[in-house]
Design a protein around this ligand. Structure first.
Ligand code: BTN
Length: 246
């Protein structure tokens, strides 16, 4: 992963460039990195604030020979890789909030957006979009993000070399991806659960179709969140925003 690097100064979204590269048969492990995104994409149709030179905005192209239902696992692998990379370089351990937010001191540091192209039974390509807030200062954030988002430099009080972090993330991601292809999801699931904050806590999952409140029990083999409601009934949640009970 990262043997082919496509670098851009300014793009709308690295996901878009990666989609084009997929059509041009870019090899597995190709990455797209940009200094700035003018229309960074977040989950659920949201925007992702991606100012120049201050964060890591990149997309990774993978082509695993797997059924489409396995794609969410790749998001979870990526989250573990990012946590491990940050841990390695800074000695602080961020936490994962299902499915793919990485938090430091309760605020969002990283987002992951996975987009897949597949036919009925096989993945053709997966584009994993990674946004890591690295060197933003507090005053760089627009008001509406100030209370929910943070950066490594805000939390650690010093700037980080983005190139070092990119290298470490790709290194960890490749290691975990190979482990996953070799041994399956189970070893990753254990790692993921060790970094997850929501497991065992009371949470509310908000979906487009409504919300469920209960205790987060864990994730399934496919990375689906299991919530137990007050009546003891189990719910499987595929996609939602999670709120932790205070
Ligand atoms: C989220 O909503 O939490 C996911 C955010 C993902 C942002 C990254 S930045 C690189 C890649 N390109 C995009 O347009 N989005 C992803």
């Amino acid at each position: 992963i990262g043997r082919h690097i496509h670098y851009e100064e300014s793009v709308e979204s690295t996901q878009k460039i990666a989609q084009r590269l997929v059509l041009e048969e870019a090899p597995e492990g190709t990455i797209v990195i940009a200094e700035e995104q003018l229309a960074g994409k977040g989950r659920m149709g949201r925007k992702w604030h991606s100012p120049k030179y201050s964060g890591i905005w990149m997309s990774v192209i993978l082509r695993p020979n797997l059924p489409p239902a396995k794609a969410p696992q790749l998001t979870l692998i990526t989250a573990v890789a990012i946590v491990q990379a940050i841990e390695e370089l800074t000695n602080v351990t961020p936490q994962i909030k299902w499915p793919n937010d990485i938090l430091l001191n309760g605020k969002k540091l990283t987002g992951i957006l996975t987009e897949m192209q597949a036919d009925a039974d096989r993945i053709i390509s997966v584009i994993i979009g990674i946004g890591i807030n690295v060197n933003q200062q507090r005053e760089d954030y627009p008001e509406e993000l100030e209370s929910i988002a943070t950066s490594l430099s805000i939390e650690l009080g010093k700037k980080l070399e983005r190139a070092e972090l990119i290298k470490e993330v790709l290194y960890k991601l490749e290691k975990l991806y190979l482990l996953y292809l070799d041994k399956g999801f189970y070893p990753i699931k254990l790692l993921w659960e060790s970094y997850a904050i929501s497991i065992g806590k009371n949470i509310t999952a908000r979906m487009l179709t409504g919300s469920i409140t209960g205790k987060a029990k864990g994730i399934t083999e496919d990375g689906v969140l299991i919530i137990e409601d007050d009546l003891g009934e189990l719910h499987h949640v595929y996609s939602a925003d999670i709120e932790l009970e205070k």
